[in-house]
Design a protein around this ligand. Structure first.
Ligand SMILES: [Zn+2]
Length: 407
């Protein structure tokens, strides 16, 4: 209910375009559609299987821990806070590693289809780095969570919600300056593109922060751009693949979309959504954890690290469900950014060409199955995004015919 209310509160209502209905056959050849369906079909199943496997592992560790795990949890109880950090690191690494075979399979398929261009060796190095970063976050979160649970054994959900929000804000803040550079090189955009970005940003009335070009081409042929960071670390990042292989008008469309996110403060509002949902979410986490841990969290006395797997399982279940709920907001926010970009550039042809290229280069399914899209898609499907461009174009044509049409 909290997620529904927060979503209703933050859901964009204005500045949206009703998408025209689009026949994908007009934009993609049958073999292109078939190739995307081939790739995404199994890729989706492998992704879901990975989530299920990680979830099941977590459930086993929390509900039916094997004897050596129980012994390790007991040892961790001797120094509760450091023990909790160690247990959290152990859980994070275990859950990541059980999924590794499926992740390798997904990666190999990406290479086979020409999406990824990274050999398995360097990919595994990336995987190890990502696992290490997650482990650091998990360790810090585990320690702080244990401190809060021990200090407020009955009502840790409330300070816990504060912790969740604080961690989310810190993660968004440090991600671009501490984490992203571990994986890629970022170079400030200069020259004509920088001037173009500045012109668009002035028209959008936003302060973009810095604009970076990232060497995404070292591991993928996909194209993308994103807004990251908050405050001093706010930035727009554009993939080198996109800048190098596309018409300037299409790059302008991407930049305009990202500027829309800055214009509407979509990232801070995303954090606000988390803050609104966190108290109810953590309340549910506490109730689930108490049930999973049977007999309360860790028996008599103050709860210790042995209770942590139950807390993490509760947290994983709740955040998975909330993530699906949050995607409703995300899709609408993305639709509004598309509409804003169309108005800012007044170039629907470039926007449509970009949507097409995004789908082709990224091998996305332009029209994913309804249930999958509803639960997991953060963006509207390609068929809708092209529909925004077509609808905008029709409206502008009608305006011109009726003698108006001041952009
Ligand atoms: Zn976006």
């Amino acid at each position: 209910m909290a997620a529904g209310l927060a979503t209703l509160l933050l859901l964009p209502r204005d500045g949206l375009i009703d998408p025209a209905s689009v026949d994908l056959q007009e934009y993609f050849r049958p073999d292109q559609l078939e190739r995307a369906a081939d790739f995404r079909g199994l890729q989706r199943l492998l992704g879901l299987a990975g989530i299920a496997l990680s979830g099941l592992t977590l459930a086993v560790l929390a509900l039916w821990p094997p004897r050596p795990v129980r012994a390790a949890l007991e040892r961790a109880g001797r120094r509760p806070l450091l023990g909790a950090a160690a247990v959290a690191v152990g859980l994070s690494v275990t859950v990541g590693v059980v999924e590794l075979p499926l992740a390798i399979w997904r990666h190999e398929r990406s290479v086979d289809f020409g999406l990824a261009n990274q050999a398995l060796g360097p990919w595994l190095v990336d995987f190890a780095k990502a696992t290490a970063v997650s482990a650091v976050y998990a360790g810090v979160a585990g320690l702080l969570a244990m401190a809060i649970i021990r200090r407020f054994p009955r009502n840790w959900w409330l300070p816990g919600a504060g912790l969740v929000v604080a961690v989310a804000v810190v993660m968004v803040y440090v991600q671009p300056v501490l984490v992203a550079p571990l994986f890629n090189d970022f170079e400030p955009v200069r020259g004509e593109l920088r001037a173009e970005v500045t012109r668009l940003a002035d028209r959008a009335g936003v302060d973009v922060g810095e604009v970076y070009r990232v060497d995404a081409s070292r591991r993928t042929n996909a194209i993308n751009a994103y807004v990251g960071g908050i405050g001093h670390t706010k930035r727009v990042v554009i993939y080198d693949n996109l800048i190098d292989d596309h018409d300037p008008a299409e790059v302008r469309s991407v930049v305009a979309h990202e500027l829309a996110h800055v214009h509407y403060d979509d990232l801070p509002k995303g954090l606000l959504w988390v803050a609104l949902v966190a108290p109810a979410g953590m309340f549910l986490v506490q109730r689930l954890a108490e049930r999973f841990a049977r007999g309360g969290l860790g028996g008599p006395g103050r709860p210790g690290p042995a209770a942590l797997p139950a807390v993490v399982l509760g947290f994983a279940l709740v955040s998975f469900a909330l993530g699906c709920a949050g995607n409703v907001l995300s899709r609408q926010v993305e639709a509004r950014a598309d509409a804003y970009a169309l108005a800012l550039t007044d170039d629907p042809r470039a926007a449509i060409a970009l949507d097409r290229s995004l789908a082709l280069r990224n091998l996305s399914d332009p029209d994913p199955p309804w249930l999958y899209r509803t639960l997991f898609s953060t963006h509207p499907p390609t068929v809708e995004r092209i529909g925004f461009g077509v609808a905008y174009e029709r409206e502008r044509a009608a305006e011109r015919r009726s003698g108006g049409g001041d952009p």
